[in-house]
Design a binder for this molecule. Structure first.
Ligand SMILES: NC(=O)c1ccc[n+]([C@@H]2O[C@H](COP(=O)([O-])OP(=O)(O)OC[C@H]3O[C@@H](n4cnc5c(N)ncnc54)[C@H](OP(=O)(O)O)[C@@H]3O)[C@@H](O)[C@H]2O)c1
Length: 300
């Protein structure tokens, strides 16, 4: 029996209810995905709890989840780009916390054979957004880029993508994550009181990518970066905008580029935690702490 995790009313913290449903056949231009893994992102709980910046949702039920990896189980009329049994990655808006999902064929991409489903389901949101932010900041050879939030989902991708562009990376994290950040290729620096001085002691920075968006990261960015046109945030707020830090923009190249980098082995994906899709509420609780490492993935 197919199951999806529904948020049925506006509540904080959100309650997720497993609901069984009958699988129907995909319509014209659609495919049915038998989900193997669904990526968890802070947006998933922020959206249903009215904290995403889009206001409180008014229509329920909502099935969270913007990225999955799985097998194509059926194809609708007119679909020529994917076939039965193909291993694919989907990126879209809501619906991913489910064992089966019908989506537009144009929204799926081939899963690289070299990686597993959990890794594949982790790429679109974190990998795609990190790729977009690093590229929007114009990071390249000779740069010294400061990444705020280096140990999280976006951080792991951001460090490796910047290193692939031959930049030197300084990554902020708590002391417990310094070895981890170092392994990913960045020079760690502890956040908290004195961040600006510690970062300055490491040397000048030429670009900043902020995956945190706190008052501290905004102040440090403004103090450390002479050219704020090279400061990009994925956690934009009125304060970051007032400070002159640019929000990350959508880039159609970002998701395919991130998938390609992982598929070719230039970037690895750290899935720090997997749990059953039925435990999505626990995944929300862990993500809500703001201190998870790498990616949390739900297994369908
Ligand atoms: N605009 C978009 O399209 C878009 C897309 C994806 C994500 N986002 C946003 O981008 C942000 C990052 O997403 P994510 O998935 O990477 O989140 P995440 O995985 O939940 O980030 C957790 C990490 O943040 C670190 N952290 C917490 N507070 C910190 C601080 N003050 N300074 C430095 N590091 C700190 C933690 O490190 P320690 O454990 O060492 O403290 C932890 O490793 C979120 O706000 C998310 O909503 C936006």
């Amino acid at each position: 029996m197919a199951v999806r995790m529904e948020v049925q009313e506006f509540q904080s913290p959100a309650v997720l209810v497993p609901v069984e449903f009958d699988v129907v056949m995909p319509g014209d231009g659609e495919v049915l995905i038998r989900v193997q893994a669904a990526g968890v992102n802070p947006f998933d709980w922020k959206y249903v709890e009215g904290l995403s910046g889009r206001g409180a949702p008014t229509e329920f039920p909502i099935v969270p989840g913007n990225e999955v990896a799985g097998y194509v189980d059926a194809v609708g009329a007119g679909v020529t780009t994917v076939g039965m049994g193909d291993e694919v990655i989907w990126h879209g808006f809501l619906g991913g916390y489910a064992s089966h999902l019908i989506v537009k064929a144009t929204a799926v991409r081939p899963k690289p054979e070299s990686i597993g489903f959990a890794e594949a389901a982790s790429i679109p949101v974190a990998g795609g957004t990190a790729w977009a932010a690093i590229n929007q900041a114009g990071v390249g050879k000779g740069d010294r880029v400061l990444i705020h939030g280096a140990a999280g989902g976006l951080g792991g991708f951001g460090i490796q993508i910047a290193r692939n562009l031959n930049a030197h990376v300084i990554g902020t994290a708590s002391a417990a994550n310094h070895d981890y950040v170092r392994q990913l290729g960045a020079e760690p620096v502890e956040y908290g009181d004195g961040l600006e001085d510690r970062a300055r002691a490491i040397g000048p920075v030429t670009a900043v990518v902020d995956f945190v968006g706190s008052a501290e990261t905004i102040a440090a960015t403004v103090a450390l970066l002479p050219d704020l046109s090279r400061a990009i945030t994925t956690a934009a707020s009125p304060a970051s905008t007032a400070a002159g830090i640019t929000p990350v923009a959508r880039d159609p190249k970002s998701v395919p580029s991130a998938i390609d980098l992982v598929g070719r082995g230039y970037v690895t994906v750290d899935v720090s935690r997997t749990m059953s899709i039925r435990n999505a509420e626990r995944a929300f609780a862990e993500s809500r702490t703001g201190h998870t490492r790498g990616k949390i993935v739900l297994i369908a």
